[in-house]
Design a protein around this ligand. Structure first.
Ligand SMILES: *Cc1c(COP(=O)(O)O)cnc(C)c1O
Length: 394
């Protein structure tokens, strides 16, 4: 049976349980191999595993799973999304330059601006939606273009194919943070991207229980180089968290399908509400990236953001809404409301934040699995209270 003919929802369920152990025992779940070291049967020919930093069978099952879901040759699991992202940047050398989307995740912004310069790696932030501006930022020593689409928190869309084409013309690699879409909705390696990275803390694990990161390379040679860094740098994902992530991935299809349907309804509801200045969701026809996103992805996903008039309105809304968790992070079974200005983008100076449209009235909403009618009713009562409390200028 060819796995390639299946839909991803089917592959997701079985991808992790086709290893040797499961075939021998019939176990439907991968065992958690809590072993740091492995006995070698022969004096001079070692087995597939020697030490769990270099390789662990549970982590291996996870790494093979994500590689098959993203359509890549090598998957690697890390202790966090930031560890996966940092490891990919370690493929670079002193003197190299990178072009980075200006709408980048706050932690990636911090790594690019405060850690990479110490190793002589320079960067330019650009609006990747503007291909000409991106082309102008490329220098002779530019080695990577770093993409996030949809981006955080304003759901900005980058034309993946156009940027890949530009990168190839200039002998650059492309890295893409696929956290918001997951392989279920967007497969960047199929569009020519070289490495996909994930904060698997979010939709892939789905239960707000673990911190994890994944990277998948398209090519084998790049995969070997990244595996070398994973082993040298050492920020691997442990066996128990690898198991939790494997289990989370199995329900990705069902979770994302429901959450994305709810997100579309909530986006329309907010879009029609007089107190909401702007809604950012690629499923809305009014979203500037709607057409490009629809071309390269199969769903607008389960995250949206919206702008209330000011900080007081955002505060009143958060204080009156009852169902969502008010927290950093996203992609859980519970809806998560967050305030980018002091949460995901706290690492970004206020002036840089505002330049990127992350103003004091902006809220991000990750839609969970609660009934959508309950979520909308909750938003409705909170917005009524918000308008009573805050004098909104006309
Ligand atoms: C959360 C997040 C990260 C960082 O991942 P961690 O697992 O928290 O280290 C990177 N990119 C995006 C888009 C994220 O949402």
């Amino acid at each position: 049976m060819s796995l390639n003919k299946e839909r991803l929802e089917t592959t997701i369920i079985h991808a992790s349980t086709r290893g040797d152990y499961e075939q021998k025992t019939g176990a439907v779940n991968v065992p958690i191999y809590l072993s740091s070291t492995f006995h070698q049967e022969s004096f001079d020919a070692f087995g597939p595993y020697d030490y769990s930093r270099s390789g662990n069978p549970t982590r291996d099952a996870l790494e093979k799973t994500i590689a098959s879901l993203e359509g890549g040759s090598r998957g690697l699991a890390f202790a966090s999304g930031m560890a996966a992202i940092s490891a990919t940047f370690m493929l670079l050398s002193s003197g190299d330059h990178i072009v980075v989307t200006q709408d980048v995740y706050g932690g990636t912004y911090r790594f690019v601006t405060e850690v990479l310069p110490k190793f002589g790696i320079d960067h330019t932030f650009v609006d990747l939606a503007n291909v000409d501006e991106t082309a102008r930022a490329i220098r002779p020593n530019t080695k990577v273009i770093y993409i996030e689409t949809p981006s955080n928190p304003r759901l900005g869309i980058t034309d993946i194919k156009a940027i890949v084409e530009l990168a190839k013309l200039n002998d650059c690699l492309t890295f893409l943070d696929n956290t918001f879409m997951s392989p279920l909705y967007q497969r960047p390696l199929d569009l020519g991207v070289d490495i996909v990275v994930h904060s698997a803390t979010k939709f892939l694990s789905g239960h707000s229980d673990i911190i994890a990161g994944l990277a998948v390379t398209k090519g084998e040679e790049l995969g070997n180089r990244l595996a070398f860094i994973q082993n040298s740098f050492g920020s691997i994902l442990g066996a128990q968290d690898s198991y939790a992530l494997i289990q989370g991935i199995k329900t990705l299809g069902a979770r994302l399908t429901q959450s994305s349907e709810s997100a579309s309804k909530i986006a329309s509801y907010l879009n029609d509400h007089p107190l909401v200045d702007e809604v950012f969701y690629p499923g809305l026809a009014s979203h500037p990236g709607h057409a490009i996103h629809s071309k390269q992805s199969t769903s607008p996903g389960a995250v949206l953001s919206f702008r209330l008039p000011n900080r007081d309105a955002a505060k009143a809304f958060v204080e009156n809404v009852r169902i969502p968790v008010f927290a950093v992070s996203l992609g859980g079974v519970e809806s998560i409301l967050s305030y980018p200005a002091t949460m995901s983008h706290a690492a970004m100076p206020k002036e840089q934040r505002e330049k990127r449209g992350i103003t004091d009235g902006l809220l991000r909403f990750s839609v969970g699995l609660e009934h959508v009618d309950d979520l909308i009713a909750d938003f409705d009562q909170a917005l009524i209270k918000t308008s009573e409390k805050v004098a909104i200028p006309n």
